[in-house]
Design a protein around this ligand. Structure first.
Ligand code: SF4
Length: 299
């Protein structure tokens, strides 16, 4: 596959999903009419279903699963409009009955990166084999270590190491961690685990409030900021946009980029939103680019 190309007010962006190479030719002036109409990245909740029952889960509880053909058609539309990557999540994306086929069809028909986030407990050798060559980055959710993980997730911690190794046979991996009262004291151990399994990034996700659970407390948020400032962990850190990131030094991938140009999210009902926690959304009934335009007008 050739490089994926994106044009914006920042210049011309070239992306190679195999090496992860990003080149922004910011000396190139792009005419407004030539700006890519797609968001730079799109996340898609393939399904709300999950076989785990984490108390702090933010995935909507109504049953919903996206039609695979619809997802593949959206991917084709976005690829032609300058999108660089699609990330599948949920719920748990591997519970989608056509998960592997969706990854294969998107990967084979576009030059976009295909990524997904998983709890890792359904990664059978057969599923991993069916994903080979069709995934370019994978994220493994690891909330706490040892007993903490087992209490929060109800699965053996040892299985997470196996999952990490299986994911690494597919693509570079990152570790995702929900930061809350249970995990805030284990960040050093989580960073060691992430580095030990060969992950390239630890993504910190301060717990978001749900209908039944509060978000991360103010005191734990302060501890998290202090840890980021002082810990010097053996792995690159990233943090989700939940407000706390404004208290730490972060890098902007594209300086001055509008958040709605950077990333959009489709939930499992087919509603396009600025991000997974957003209340505002537009139902995608036909063209995804038309829905993106409508969403930008509405906000
Ligand atoms: S693994 Fe993720 S999607 Fe599943 S219940 Fe836990 S937080 Fe929710």
């Amino acid at each position: 596959m050739p490089l994926q190309i994106r044009r914006s007010r920042a210049g011309v962006h070239l992306f190679d999903r195999h090496s992860g190479l990003n080149v922004l030719a910011d000396e190139v002036r792009v005419a407004t009419d030539d700006y890519s109409q797609s968001p730079r990245c799109l996340s898609i909740a393939l399904t709300n279903a999950c076989d785990l029952r984490c108390a702090y889960c933010y995935a909507p509880k109504q049953a919903a699963t996206l039609n695979a053909d619809r997802v593949v058609a959206w991917a084709a539309e976005l690829a032609g409009a300058g999108c660089l990557g699609i990330g599948f999540g949920g719920g748990e994306p591997t519970t989608h009955p056509r998960f592997a086929q969706i990854c294969e069809q998107v990967s084979q028909s576009t030059a976009m990166a295909v990524t997904f986030t998983t709890h890792g407990h359904r990664l059978t050798p057969r599923l991993v084999e069916s994903l080979q060559g069709n995934v370019h980055f994978a994220r493994l959710s690891v909330d706490g270590v040892g007993d903490t993980y087992e209490r929060l997730r109800g699965r053996p911690f040892g299985a997470v190491h196996t999952a990490a190794m299986r994911l690494r046979s597919l693509a570079p991996i990152g570790i995702n961690t929900v930061v809350n009262a249970s995990t805030i004291g284990e960040l050093d151990d989580i960073a060691e685990f992430a580095s030990g399994v060969g992950a390239v990034e630890l993504l910190l996700l301060p717990q978001q409030a749900t209908a039944t659970q509060p978000g991360i407390s103010a005191s734990d948020a302060e501890r998290l900021v202090r840890w980021i400032q002082l810990a010097n962990p053996p792995i690159r850190l990233a943090i989700s946009r939940t407000g706390i990131e404004s208290s730490v030094v972060t890098a902007e991938p594209i300086p001055g980029e509008d958040p709605l140009e950077a990333h959009l999210h489709i939930d499992a009902t087919g509603t396009l939103r600025p991000h997974a926690y957003a209340r505002t959304g537009v139902a995608v009934t036909g063209s995804l680019l038309a829905a993106a335009h409508e969403l930008r007008q509405a906000i």
